[in-house]
Design a protein. Sequence first.
Length: 383
Amino acid sequence: MKRRIAIFGSTGSIGTQAIDVIANNSELFSLEVLSAHSNADLLITQAKQYQPNIVIITDESKYEKVNTALADDNIKVYAGEKALVEIAGSDTYDVLLAAIVGYAGLASTLAAIEQGKTIALANKETLVVAGDIVTAMAKEKNALILPVDSEHSAIFQCLVGEQQNPIEKIILTASGGPFLGKKPNYLINVKKDHALQHPNWTMGAKISIDSASLMNKGLEMIEAKWLFGLQNEQIEIIVHPQSVIHSMVQFEDGSMKAQMGLPDMKLPIQYALAYPHRVKNDFKRLQFKNYPALTFEPADIKTFRNLALAKNAMFKGGNSPCILNAANEIVVEAFIKNKISFLEMSDIIETCLEKMSFIEKPSLNDYIQTNWETRDFASTLIK
C-alpha cells in the first residue's frame, strides 16, 4: 500500500526536491496534499503535473488565481492558515513533510502531531521555538518525528540499533558557509548575493543566510537537544568544510559513529519519507578519491556571534530560543532587502535577547506572544 504524503511548503527548496523523490518512487508514495504561501504559479504547475487531492495557498489573496487555474482538475483548493491547520489534522495523508520555513510552520505541525501523524520535519524552527511542548505532545500522541535536516538525519541514522546504548555526545558538522575564515573587517561589507552562495548545499534564501552567519548551526543545536533528548553539554559543533561527514555520535565507551555521503538533500528527504526502509536510487555516490583530505576546525564564535548567541539562548532555556528565532527571522528578511548589514544582524538579535521579557516555563500561548512581541521589537531596531 502506498504511503500518502502531504508536503507543506511544496514550492520551496525542500518541497521541490521532495516532489522529485516522490515522483521517482511512485510505486511507494502518493502525493495527496500540496501547500504554498504565495508562490501561486509554481503551486499551480505542481498541482497540474502531480494531481494531488488537495492544494492549499495560505496567502488568501492568491486563492482566486489558484482556484480558477485548477477549476478543470479534480483538486480541492483551500486558502489561509486556518485551512492549513485543519488539513494537517485531517485523515487525508499518512506522512507530513513539514517544510514551511520559520515560525509559520509551528501551528500546522502541532495539529498533525495532535492526530498522531508521522512528521518528516524539515522545519527546525518548530523545535527551536517550542521544543519542549512539541516533543511532549509527540510522545503523548505517539507521533513519530523524523528529521530531514541532513545533520539530524545523520544523528538519527547513527542511533538506529543503539537504543540501549547511552550517548556521550553528538557532534554536528558545519561547512562554515561562504565566509569561512573571514574576519569582521571583511564581513562588514558583504551583501546578500555573496551570502546566498553556499559552497556545498543547494538551499532556499533564508537557510542560506543562516548558514552564512552560522545561525543555522545554532538553531540546529537547539533542534538536536529536543529531537534526541540531550543535555546542552552533550552537543558539540565542528567545522568540516567538505560536508562529507554530516554528523557524528560518540557513545559512552568512546566509540564514534558518523554518517557520510555527498551533500544532497534528496537523501535525507527520501530516508525520512521511506523510513524504516532504505530505497534504491540513482543519486551520485561519494568517491573517496575525490576527497584526499577531510578537515575539521573549531567554529569562530568571536567573528560569527550568532552561534554564541544561539548557544547562550539554549543554555538559558525558557523562551530565549523563541526570542532568538523571532529576531533572526526579522533580521534575515531585512538583510535580504538590504536594510541592514551582515554584522548588524547579530547586534539586533543580541539586543532582543537582552531586552525581551524572559519566561522560565512558557506555555504555548507564551511562545506565541513572545514570537510576535519580539518581531515587533526587532522591527523597531531596523533603521
